[in-house]
Design a protein around this ligand. Structure first.
Ligand code: N01
Length: 665
C-alpha cells in the first residue's frame, strides 16, 4: 500500500505533462475545488485559495459559485505548475505546511473545521500516495513467534478483507472463513433491483485503495462488488479464504486459544484451534423475516430483498412489497415499471431527501483527474468526509429547550423538516390521499435518512398503491392489512435485518463458559470501544456494538478504525508474548456509560421513533453517538492498562504453537 504508483504524484505529474492536451481537456470537466487544492499543495501558493474562499459555501461540489474567470485561472495555473514540475523535477513537499493544510481544509469544505480534523484527514487522504495507517512493529517479534500464531477472521466482506490486508502487512498468519462462495459479504448477497450505496463511494471505499474509476457518485451493487473483488485480488487475500465454510461455534480454551467449529457446504464439520478470533460478519447480514401469520402458506414465491430470486418472473404480476426502508426505497421504483401492480405495505414512513449527485455519473474529466492529477482524489475524498457526515452531526442532538420536541429536535432539525416536507409536497402535494401517509411525524434522521430513488414519483404511478396499514396476515393469494385483501402473486420482504442479535447464529463461549448470547441477550450487545468484550479474551468484533454510523459517514471508515485498534492489540500481545488479552470490566463499563451518556440526547432515542438501532428497552445498541473523528480517537491507540494481559499457567508456548499449527481442538 505504501507508495502505490497509481497515487504517486511524481508519476501523475509525468503522465499529465506528457499528455498536456488531454490534461487540459479533462480538467475542464473536473471539480474546481479539488483542482484548486492540487494547485496549492503542489506550489504552496495560497493566493488563489484566498480569492476562491468566499465562493465556497459547503463541501459538496455543487456548493461553490467560483466565477468562471477565476475557475479558468485556477485550471491554467494548475496546468502550468504541473508542466513546470515536469520540466524542472524537484522534490515535492510531503504534505502542505501545517498552517496551510488547515487553511486548505477550511476553504475546501466552506467552513472552519475543528483542529482535530487535521490528523484524521492526514490519515484518510493518502497524501503523496503514502498510507498513513500502514502497520508498523515497535519491536518485530521473532519469525518463529509469528509463524506459530494464527488469527481467524469470520467473513470476507469489506471488514474481513480490511483486517486481512493489515495482518498480511504485519506478517501475521491468518485464515478467513467465509460462508459464501465469493467475497463481498452484504454486497455479494444483496442483489435486488437497483441495489446500491447511499454513501458517496469515493468515500465509501478503503482509504488505502482509492478507486479513481467509480462511474457514479453513488455506485450500484455490481460496481461495488467489482471493487471488493479487485481489492481481494490485489492484496492477495484470496488464498487465505476458505469459501463455503461457516463458523458455527467457538469456545475459549484455558491456554489462551479458541477452539472453533466450522461447517462446510457439504455438511461436514471441522475443528480448528487459533490464537485470536475476529468476527467480521457485519450487522446487516441475517435477514429479518417477520412473523406474519400465513406467510409460509402463501402459494406464490416470497423472498427477502437480501435473497432476491431473479428467476421469479415479476413482469405483469401483482407484487406485494412489505417494508419501506433503504432496501424498499431502491427496489420499489426499480420494479414498479415492470410489474402489473405493486402494492407497498408501509408500517411507518421514512424521511427521504433528494441528492443532486445520487443519479449522476462521474464525468470522464473528473475520472481522469482522480487518476492523474496529483492530490485531486485525496482532496475530493476529504470534502466528502466532511459533507457526508461531520458537517451536520451536531444537528442530530436534542435541544432540551426546543419548544416542539415531538416533531423536531432543534432549530436546524426543524429546518430539515421544513425542507424535506416541501420536497415531498413538490412531488405529491396534489395527492391529498397520499400526503398524510408519506410525511413522517417523527424528527428527520430518527430513522436512517434515505436518498430519494424516485420513490415519490413511483407512488404517482397508476399501478402502485401505498397501504399504510398493519399487515395482519397473508392468505394463499393475498396480503391482508386492516381487514382488506390485497391480491398478490409474489411477496417481497424489504423488512431489514436482525441487527441487535449480533453474531447470531454463532455460538460463542468465553472464558468462564458463558456464551455471548447469555451476556448480550437477544438485543443488548455491548463492547469496549465497540470491539472487545470482558470474559472473551483474544476476541475482537468488527462492526460491533455501538459502531454503526446512522447519520452518514462511511462504514468503511469505522472498520478501518477497528482494524487499526485490533492490530495494535495484536502488536502488544505478540511483542510482549501475552497469551491472553482481555478487556477489564471497569474499562468496558466506563466506556459504555460514556456511550450511553452521549446517546441520551441523540435523535435515535426520540420516543416517537422506531428504528433498527434501538432495543425494546429504548437503548441504542447499534450506533456510534459521536462524530467520526471521535471514533478515530477512541480506537487510535490500544491502552494496555485497560486490559488483563496474561500468560496462562500452562503457558508452554511451544505446546500451544503445536496445537495451533496442527489445528487440533
Ligand atoms: O431495512 P430497514 P433495510 N410489517 O430495517 C419494515 C443499509 N442499506 O434493509 O420502519 C411491516 O431500514 C420496517 O418498518 P418500520 C442501511 O444502513 C443501505 O431497508 O420499522 N413492515 C421498515 O420500513 C439501512 O438502514 C442501502 O416501521 C415491517 C422496513 O421493513 C439498512 O441497510 C440499501 C415489518 C425495514 O427497513 C437496513 O435497510 C439497503 C413488519 N412485520 C440497505 N418488519 C443503501 O446504501 C419490518 N418492516 C442505499
Amino acid at each position: 500500500m505504501q507508495n502505490d504508483p497509481r497515487h504517486d504524484p511524481y508519476r501523475q505529474i509525468a503522465y499529465a505533462a506528457a499528455h498536456a492536451d488531454e490534461f487540459s481537456a479533462a480538467i475542464a470537466g473536473a471539480d474546481i475545488v479539488p483542482l484548486l487544492m492540487s494547485y496549492v499543495q503542489l506550489t504552496g501558493d495560497t493566493s488563489l485559495l484566498d480569492e476562491a474562499a468566499p465562493h465556497i459555501k459547503g463541501a459538496w461540489n455543487y456548493m461553490q459559485t467560483i466565477p468562471t474567470t477565476l475557475q479558468n485561472r485556477i485550471r491554467a495555473a494548475l496546468v502550468q505548475a504541473v508542466l513546470d514540475f515536469a520540466e524542472r523535477p524537484r522534490e515535492l513537499p510531503a504534505e502542505p505546511a501545517a498552517g496551510d493544510f488547515k487553511k486548505m481544509i477550511d476553504v475546501a469544505v466552506g467552513e472552519t473545521v475543528p483542529p482535530e480534523y487535521v490528523q484524521v484527514f492526514r490519515e484518510e487522504m493518502l497524501i503523496a500516495g503514502r498510507d498513513a495507517r500502514t502497520f508498523s512493529w515497535r519491536k518485530r517479534p521473532a519469525e518463529t513467534t509469528l509463524a506459530a500464531f494464527k488469527v481467524m477472521i469470520v467473513g470476507a466482506g469489506f471488514s474481513g478483507l480490511a483486517m486481512a490486508v493489515r495482518l498480511q502487512e504485519a506478517g501475521i498468519p491468518y485464515v478467513i472463513v467465509e460462508k459464501n462462495a465469493e467475497v463481498g459479504g452484504t454486497w455479494l448477497e444483496n442483489n435486488y433491483p437497483d441495489c446500491g450505496v447511499d454513501t458517496p463511494c469515493h468515500f465509501f471505499s478503503y482509504s488505502f485503495e482509492p478507486n479513481p474509476d467509480w462511474t457514479r457518485y453513488f455506485a450500484k451493487r455490481d460496481e461495488i462488488l467489482g471493487y471488493i473483488l479487485h481489492c481481494a485480488k490485489k492484496y492477495d487475500v484470496r488464498r487465505h479464504i476458505r469459501f463455503q465454510e461457516e463458523v458455527t461455534a467457538a469456545e475459549y480454551q484455558a491456554d489462551g486459544t479458541w477452539a472453533v467449529r466450522t461447517r462446510r457446504a457439504d455438511g461436514t464439520e471441522a475443528n480448528e484451534t487459533v490464537n485470536v478470533l475476529v468476527t467480521a460478519v457485519g450487522a446487516l447480514n441475517r435477514p429479518a423475516i417477520p412473523r406474519i401469520p400465513g406467510l409460509k402458506d402463501f402459494k406464490g414465491p416470497w423472498f427477502h430483498t437480501a435473497q432476491w430470486d431473479s428467476k421469479v418472473p415479476i413482469k405483469g404480476r401483482n407484487v406485494a412489497m412489505i417494508g419501506t426502508g433503504a432496501s424498499g426505497m431502491q427496489t420499489g421504483p426499480a420494479i414498479a415499471p415492470q410489474v402489473g401492480k405493486l402494492t407497498i405495505f408501509q408500517r411507518s414512513p421514512h424521511w427521504a431527501m433528494k441528492h443532486p449527485l445520487y443519479h449522476q455519473e462521474v464525468s470522464t474529466g473528473a475520472r481522469w483527474a482522480m487518476r492523474n492529477v496529483p492530490y485531486y482524489a485525496s482532496w475530493y475524498r476529504l470534502t466528502l468526509f466532511w459533507a457526508a457526515s461531520e458537517a451536520f452531526h451536531w444537528t442530530l442532538k436534542i435541544d432540551p429547550a426546543w419548544p416542539h420536541p415531538k416533531r423536531s429536535l432543534n432549530a436546524m432539525n426543524e429546518k430539515w423538516r421544513e425542507d424535506l416536507t416541501a420536497y415531498i409536497m413538490s412531488k405529491v402535494g396534489h395527492r391529498k390521499d397520499l400526503l398524510p401517509k408519506v410525511i413522517p411525524d417523527y424528527p428527520p434522521f430518527g430513522k436512517r435518512m434515505l436518498r430519494d430513488n424516485n420513490w415519490y414519483d413511483m407512488l404517482l404511478r397508476d399501478n402502485v398503491e401505498l397501504v399504510a396499514a398493519h399487515v395482519e396476515r397473508v392468505e394463499a393469494d393475498a396480503v391482508v392489512a386492516d381487514g382488506k385483501r390485497y391480491p398478490a402473486d409474489v411477496i417481497v420482504l424489504a423488512t431489514g435485518f436482525q441487527t441487535k442479535r449480533m453474531l447470531s447464529p454463532m455460538h460463542i463461549v468465553g472464558a468462564a463458559g458463558r456464551s455471548i448470547r447469555e451476556l448480550w441477550g437477544d438485543e443488548d450487545p455491548r463492547a469496549h470501544r465497540g470491539v472487545t468484550v470482558p470474559g472473551f479474551p483474544n476476541f475482537y468484533v468488527i462492526y460491533g456494538p455501538n459502531t454503526n454510523l446512522a447519520h452518514g459517514g462511511s462504514a468503511i471508515f469505522q472498520t478501518e478504525c477497528q482494524v487499526n485498534y485490533i492490530m495494535k492489540a495484536l502488536r502488544e500481545q505478540l511483542e510482549s508474548g501475552w497469551d491472553a488479552v482481555e478487556v477489564r470490566q471497569e474499562a468496558f463499563q466506563q466506556f459504555n456509560d460514556r456511550v450511553d451518556g452521549m446517546l441520551a440526547n441523540m435523535v435515535w432515542t426520540h420516543p416517537g421513533v422506531t428504528n433498527w438501532y434501538k432495543n425494546s428497552a429504548g437503548r441504542i445498541a447499534l450506533n456510534w453517538p459521536g462524530r467520526l473523528v471521535d471514533y478515530r480517537d477512541v480506537t487510535a491507540e490500544f491502552d494496555p492498562a485497560e486490559y488483563h494481559l496474561t500468560r496462562t499457567p500452562q503457558s508452554d508456548t511451544r505446546a500451544v504453537a503445536r496445537k495451533v499449527s496442527s489445528g487440533a481442538p
